[in-house]
Design a protein around this ligand. Sequence first.
Ligand code: ATP
Length: 357
Amino acid sequence: MIDIRNVGRSYGAFRALDDVSLSIKEGEFFSLLGPSGCGKTTLLRMIGGLDTPTSGSIFLDGQSMDGIPANRRPTNMVFQSYAIFPHLNVEQNVAYGLKRLRLGAEEEKRRVEEALSMVSLSGLGRRGANELSGGQRQRVALARALVMRPKVLLLDEPLSALDKKLREQMQVELRRLQQAVGITFVLVTHDQYEALAMSDRIAVMFGGGIAQVAAPKEIYQRPVNRQVADFLGGMNFVKAEVVDETGVSIVVDTEGFGRVTTERPQGLVRKGLHATVGIRPERLRVLWDGATAQHEVAGTVIERHYFGEITHLVVDVPGMEKPLSVTETNDFGADDLPIGATIRLAYDPDALVAMAD
Ligand SMILES: Nc1ncnc2c1ncn2[C@@H]1O[C@H](COP(=O)(O)OP(=O)(O)OP(=O)(O)O)[C@@H](O)[C@H]1O
C-alpha cells in the first residue's frame, strides 16, 4: 500500500532522514514512534505530499508519488485538535474540503452526516467550534479528514493536546474507528503506550533512521537494542558474555542470571564477545513466604515507590553491577516491604532478551 524506498531528507548539511525504507500494508494501523527530532513528522509529511524527499521515492498503491501534490494524493492528514476553524460550526468544518468536489447539497449533507456519525458526533452539527470540548474538537478534525474518504489517514500526534484520561479514551475510539472503516492509518507519536495500545505494527525511529519495525508485543518483548528497549519503558540490563552460538539461538553467561539460552539478537554476536541481557521490571516477581521457583535471584530491597495498584522496588543483587528494578502488584503486600528486607525474585528465562553490544 505505502512503499517508502530509500527515502532521505536533508536540510542543508543536516540529514533529518537517512535512507529509510518501509512498507505499510493496506488496512494497517501503523505508528511511527520516536523521540522529538527523530524524523517521524518529516516522514509522515512526505507520505502526504507536504514535504519532498531529497532522495528516494514514495509509492502509494504502486504509483510513484514523485511530483504529485498533496491534494492529488489518496491521503488526508489530521493534526492536533486546535486545527479546526473557530469561526465555522461543526458541519461547516467537516464540509470544508468537500466544497471543491462539487457533490451537490444533498450528497454533501449525506457525507457530512456519515462522517459525524463515524466519530459519534451526530446531532452536534450546528454547534460552534468554540462550544466543543477538547475531545469533541478532535473528533471534528477526524470527521473532516474522513469525509474525504482517503485511502490513507495520516495522524500527526492527534491526541497530544488532550488530558490523560480523554487521551486514553480516544485511543480506544480511534482504534475502533480504524477497524470499522478499514482505512490505512499512519500515526506519529512520541508516546510509547499510545503506539503499543493502538497499532498493528510500529516503526521505532531514532536520529533519522528506523531501528525496528514489528508488532507491539514483539517490540516490547524483543527490542533489538538498548535504545529501543529503553524507549519502550523500563528495562533492567545486565552484562553478558556469549559462550556459544547456533543458528537461531545463543548461549550467554550473565551477571546474576547464570547461563541462559536466548533468541539470537540482531547485530554482531560471536563466542567470546560481550552482549547485554535485558528483562522488564514486571517480569521479576517477588516470591512470598516459602515459595520457590525454578529460576530465582535473591537481593536486598534498597528503594520502594508506591503507585497505587503497583509498587516499584529497587533490589540490590550481589554480583550485579546495577540494582534490579521490579514492578510488583500490591495484592501480596509489596507496598509494605521494609527497606533492607532480603527477598527472592522469580523470573522466566524466556523473559530474558539478549542484545548485541
Ligand atoms: N524546515 C526545516 N529546516 C531545518 N531543519 C528541520 C526542518 N524541519 C525539520 N527539521 C529538523 O529535522 C529533524 C526531524 O524533524 P521532525 O519534525 O521530523 O522530527 P519529529 O521526530 O517529528 O519530532 P517532534 O516530535 O519534535 O515533531 C529535527 O532535528 C528538526 O529540527
